[in-house]
Design a protein around this ligand. Structure first.
Ligand code: HEC
Ligand code: HEC
Length: 299
């Protein structure tokens, strides 16, 4: 039986949203789409990701705390997944795989993903998932070959659901409250997005900031928690798929309420076997496993 999230009236062609200017593979957004970065990102089989946001003209989102801001109806969040042919040399080109959208309507967020065609001229809505062979040279020059998973709409839902609502995950204020480089100058991203009219007035210093789990200058403790937050907490939270008695991985949870120390060995076993995260990856994130093991050993 199909549910309302499968039959959702999304455009069939990505080009209808006029997200990119010129050749899509240049990933140059149109004027009304704005880039944003996250301080810590979800691991998805080493794919590269570009994130964009568009608000309906004349509207801005309001910051109401450290979590997901209040976005106006009509907001579009865009995430494009791609691989460089050779990670060591971006001039050798890239391959776009899929572009995922979340669109805010009066009642909910609609989800849809668009699979890029062979000549990379447009992408088309697919709701039933697809396993796509992808190969690239990684940063050590090793040839990687994987069967990348484009999720179906039920898989989207398994991560993006909170109770019975679909919600965004990345653009939490604490995950946007980080330095970004704009025209060669470092700037707080919240300030940047305020200037761009995406957010109303706010003072970034009043909000918390999620550390970048890849930054070795940050303490292991914070990096471990940031990794669990962005890779696991969407399911492991009060209203997520793994609610109930499962561990709670949100960065907000205190260590004792998270139950991380109680399930240390279980976490290690599952991430080493690749049975967690439950969906969203087809290969093990070696650097992530290494980080989590070091973190868990330090507890
Ligand atoms: C394995 C869990 C998982 C699955 C499956 C998943 N997402 Fe996400 N998604 C995330 C996480 C975590 C983020 C934020 C972190 C990031 O972008 O690195 C995210 C980010 C996004 C974004 C950018 C806005 C935001 O919420 O951060 C869009 C758009 C999106 N997902 C759409 C989709 C669609 C459409 C599908 C199904 C085709 C899907 N996602 C499947 C976990 C998932
Ligand atoms: C797509 C949703 C989803 C994601 C993402 C996810 N999990 Fe889970 N996890 C579940 C569900 C559902 C269960 C309970 C069923 C089961 O054990 O398989 C679970 C169970 C677990 C358990 C066993 C809990 C216990 O009480 O012993 C551990 C440990 C775990 N997950 C760790 C992780 C870690 C670490 C990550 C991130 C690297 C992660 N999970 C990401 C859905 C998810």
């Amino acid at each position: 039986m199909e549910d309302e999230f499968i039959v959702n009236n999304m455009a069939l062609k990505l080009s209808d949203y006029a997200i990119f200017e010129g050749e899509p593979s240049n990933l140059l957004p149109a004027q009304d789409y704005t880039f944003y970065n996250l301080s810590s990102e979800l691991f998805t089989d080493y794919s590269e990701k570009q994130r964009l946001i568009k608000l309906p003209e004349g509207n801005s989102a309001s910051i109401t705390g450290n979590g997901i801001p209040d976005f106006p109806n009509g907001t579009i969040l865009v995430k494009t997944f791609y691989y460089f042919n050779d990670k060591r040399d971006s001039t050798k080109g890239k391959k776009l795989i899929e572009t995922r959208l979340l669109i805010k309507t009066e009642s909910d967020w609609k989800v849809g993903t668009y699979k890029w065609n062979e000549d990379q001229s447009d992408a088309f809505l697919i709701t039933s998932g697809y396993n796509q062979t992808v190969n690239w040279f990684d940063d050590s020059g090793e040839l990687k070959l994987i069967s990348y998973r484009i999720p179906n709409n039920i898989e989207c839902r398994s991560c993006h659901v909170s109770g019975d609502q679909i919600i965004p995950i990345g653009p939490k204020v604490r995950n946007l409250n980080t330095l970004v480089e704009v025209d060669g100058v470092n700037e707080n991203q919240l300030d940047y997005l305020i200037k761009k009219g995406i957010f109303g007035q706010a003072n970034p210093q009043e909000y918390s900031s999620l550390p970048n789990y890849k930054d070795p200058s940050i303490s292991l403790d914070l990096r471990g928690r940031a990794y669990l937050d962005i890779n696991c907490a969407h399911c492991h939270s009060q209203n997520g798929l793994a609610s109930g008695n499962s561990p709670r991985f949100s960065y907000d949870e205190s260590l004792s309420s998270s139950r991380i120390p109680d399930v240390k060995d279980n976490i290690t076993r599952r991430i080493e076997r690749g049975t967690m995260p439950k969906t969203g990856t087809t290969i093990i994130h070696a650097e992530g496993v290494e980080l989590l093991k070091a973190y868990l050993n330090s507890l």
